[in-house]
Write a protein that binds this ligand. Structure first.
Ligand code: LMR
Length: 395
């Protein structure tokens, strides 16, 4: 029946984890998938989550289904984190569904868009590899807008605005709210205002993807782009994830939020979002959302969470500058100083795909072929090996 079916290629990101696991070298280094790790290379529970687990374990659990869009309290906490004081002001204009991770939120949004607003989808060039795949899987046409300026090492704002001014009213444009994946370069607040102006002129629908809130400049700062749009009139979606900032990768916990022009519009849109969910995974799983809600609704645990997020942010910054310093000290033939301007979990190293291939085959260093590294994969122990592998490959 499947005689002619050829094998699909490995996933460009998750496939790296499989290849890394299969590599017998004990000197191997995994800088592939974006997972936060401590200096021992481990991803343990956050302390706030550990404490929330204990509290939840004592409670009686109702094992019935959750509502299709998840519990209201979860949605309210998500909007509070994303929109801050604007959440209360927007009232019924904001609605949220609990989803299986940020990916689940993106797919639900894509299914909704494919059915009710099937225009083109504009993604940044480059973007997270799965963005292309998700929107194509939903049957949508994908286009890209200029984003990364390899020469200036930053955001090509002029190119981006020019391309966005070609997006139609029926199109969807996806933005990374902060900590752009894979480049680590974000627009400035002024540049976001310019983007919003183009949106107002062209009338396209906006979808923010935010998976790294708190890993760039701070929990509020990292969603400033979303809040800029929330102050305007135009409706928008937000796909958000707690995988990273709650270290709950394997609980698959995220959210899809819609802010409508009116409460009536939001409620009509969400009646269809519910169908997209029901025909996909029916309704969400309980545990991850219960943990996040237990932390965010408990002032003591929330304060602890904020401290732990600040700790992860500080570690990422420290690792980035340690890598740049060590490369400089080793006499590397290239200046990697530009990496200090990048934010979040990823750094675009500027390494060419062939150099990445060599790093993997010769030194067991795994990273996305675009040259993206997960900074959190660096440890005190593997840093010297990583630096000598890079200097060996680039000469
Ligand atoms: C990544 O880009 O590495 C993360 O978003 C994890 C994933 O699912 O790809």
């Amino acid at each position: 029946m499947f005689e002619r079916l050829e094998s699909a290629p490995a996933d460009p990101i998750l496939g790296l984890t499989e290849a890394f696991r299969a590599d017998p070298r004990d000197t191997k280094i995994n800088l592939g998938v974006g997972v936060f790790k401590n200096d021992e290379g481990k991803t343990p529970s956050l302390e706030c989550v550990h404490r929330a687990e204990k509290i939840l374990a004592e409670l009686e659990v109702d094992r019935s289904y959750l509502p299709i869009t998840g519990p209201d309290t979860y949605g309210k906490e998500v909007r509070q984190l994303l929109l801050g004081p604007l959440a209360a002001e927007l009232g019924g204009r904001g609605m949220t569904a609990q989803t299986p991770g940020g990916t689940g939120a993106l797919r639900v949004a894509a299914d909704f868009i494919a059915k009710h607003r099937p225009g083109k989808v504009w993604l940044s060039d480059p973007t997270w590899a799965n963005h292309n795949a998700i929107f194509k899987a939903a049957g949508l046409e994908v286009k890209s807008y200029r984003y990364y300026d390899a020469e200036r090492r930053g955001v090509n704002v002029e190119g981006m605005l020019e391309d966005l001014s070609r997006a139609d009213e029926s199109d969807l444009v996806l933005f990374h709210a902060s900590c752009h994946n894979p480049t680590g370069f974000d627009p400035t607040p002024e540049q976001w205002l310019a983007v919003q102006k183009v949106q107002a002129a062209r009338g396209f629908l906006t979808l923010f993807d935010t998976a790294y809130q708190g890993f760039g400049d701070g929990l509020d700062e990292d969603v400033a782009s979303i809040r800029t749009f929330a102050k305007g009139k135009a409706p928008f979606f937000v796909a958000s994830s707690f995988s990273k900032n709650f270290s709950l990768y394997n609980e698959r916990i995220g959210a899809l939020t819609f802010v409508g022009e009116s409460a009536d519009e939001a409620s009509r849109v969400f009646s269809h979002v519910k169908i997209a969910i029901r025909t996909n995974y029916s309704n969400p799983a309980r545990h991850g959302g219960a943990l996040v809600t237990a932390v965010l609704t408990n002032p003591e645990l929330k304060a602890l969470w904020e401290t732990e997020v600040a700790g992860m942010r500080a570690r990422l910054r420290d690792l980035r500058s340690r890598l740049v310093d060590a490369l400089k000290a080793s006499g590397a033939s290239r200046d990697f100083g530009f990496m200090l301007k990048q934010k979040g979990m990823f750094s675009y190293t500027g390494l060419a795909p062939e150099e990445v291939d060599q790093l993997t085959s010769k030194h067991g260093v795994y990273m996305v072929r675009s040259g993206r590294i997960n900074v959190a994969g660096i440890t005190s122990k593997n840093l010297p090996r990583l630096v000598s592998a890079i200097t060996d490959v680039i000469g």
